[in-house]
Design a protein around this ligand. Structure first.
Ligand code: GLA
Length: 384
């Protein structure tokens, strides 16, 4: 990665505040966060880094070092369509302004080694890392959960994706060698130890991102809301799909259009799976844990309908491999990565088998990353 501090000094002539924020994985609990459910993500050793400073010229100057692209504006009340990465920064600035924090102008240099569009939350890392640095720069002392919510709002209002809270939450609260069990109703988490001793987490990037991704994401949210409004006619205490189990849904199946029923059914089971998966983790029962990952993928493919051919191929390729405990698509869907839990000593063989298999079925070479679980967003102490 580049030396963003030196670039900042040469571009803007002052010393910056440095900050960083990681991308995330999610072991299980997909499309449950915006249904007030449970998720089990962790922060990974791929991150976005920032050098940020104030200027008196009432201008916002951003430089994306790895893309070698500059963006400059005098106003932050609009999202610039043609520079998608600048949307995230402006979106965060707008949130700081709404929170009553004042600034004249801001300069920022950043870079990232989180693959874009791979479902590893590169955008959340940009929002959270920038928010963390700004918080220090402006001495605003905003609580971490508040920063998470501001970063999420930036995504809603400036990128137009009505995401849940998981990505930004994991990017801020991540912890070395742990995953987070987040209850997305209370917005509280517990850290679950995840020792990688004999285990490995592999991410296989399909290298495709189908157009549908953000439009279908927003549609799934609406479908879940439709499901909830049907359920509320039965019982006004039902506030979200978190409040129902599959038995209850099955009893009232006739009230739903088949697709809405399938969406609700998937969410109800997935919430249960996250809790079962946590128990398996506590007992180091990775075989059972892995089965839940495969079931989660089946649900995402058949009932929630957010998978795609390339993701299914990657998951299917792992099924005959004895060293793989589980595999499933991760994140919003329609492309991006699968997450795979396997025995560490099988990494090389896994890499080869998946690469060959994917190539022969799609003509494309997947990117495969073995990742570690790390800490969340931080301000980096400057050199003396
Ligand atoms: C995206 C969103 C998250 C979450 C996942 C699906 O990553 O940003 O909030 O909904 O999809 O689990």
């Amino acid at each position: 990665m580049t030396n963003i501090r030196d670039i900042f000094i040469s571009l803007f002539g002052s010393k910056p505040i440095l900050s960083e924020a990681p991308g995330r994985i999610n072991l299980i609990g997909e499309h449950t966060d915006y249904n007030n459910g449970f998720v089990l993500p962790g922060a990974i050793n791929k991150k976005a880094r920032f050098a940020i400073g104030l200027n008196k010229e009432a201008v916002f100057r951003f430089y994306a070092a790895d893309l070698d692209k500059h963006y400059q504006t005098k106003t932050i009340d609009r999202a610039p369509i043609e520079f998608s990465w600048a949307n995230y920064l402006l979106g965060v600035l707008a949130q700081f302004q709404k929170a009553g924090k004042s600034f004249t102008g801001i300069d920022c240099v950043f870079d990232s080694n989180i693959p874009i569009g791979a479902g590893l939350s590169s955008s959340a890392a940009i929002e959270c890392g920038f928010a963390k640095g700004l918080d220090r720069l402006l001495l605003s002392d905003i609580q971490p959960l508040q920063l998470v919510k501001m970063a999420q709002k930036a995504e809603h209002e400036y990128a137009g994706v009505m995401c849940g809270i998981m990505d930004q939450y994991a990017s801020v609260f991540g912890k070395n060698n742990h995953v987070l069990l987040i209850d997305c109703r209370t917005n509280k988490h517990t850290y679950v130890p995840f020792q990688m001793n004999n285990l490995s987490i592999a991410l296989c990037d399909t290298k495709v991102k189908h157009e549908l991704a953000s439009s279908e994401y927003n549609i799934r949210r609406q479908e879940c809301e439709q499901g909830v409004s049907i359920l509320q006619q039965l019982n006004p205490d039902i506030k979200s799909l978190r409040d129902v189990d599959t038995k209850y849904l099955e009893m009232h199946k006739g009230l739903f259009r088949p697709s809405i029923y399938d969406r609700c059914h998937y969410v109800a089971i997935e919430n249960q799976r996250v809790q079962d998966a946590c128990r398996n983790l506590e007992n180091s029962d990775f075989t059972e844990f892995g089965k839940l990952m495969y079931q989660s993928h089946d649900g995402l493919k058949n009932r929630y309908e957010v998978s795609c051919k390339e993701l299914d191929i990657l998951v299917d390729l792992t099924k005959p491999m004895e060293s793989v405990y589980g595999s499933r698509m991760m994140g919003g869907g329609f492309g991006g990565c699968t997450i795979n839990l396997l025995e560490k000593e099988a990494e090389e063989q896994f890499h080869q088998t998946i690469t060959d298999g994917y190539k022969s079925q799609t003509g494309m070479e997947p990117d495969i990353y073995f990742v570690e679980l790390t800490d969340g967003a931080n301000v980096i102490p400057d050199e003396p």
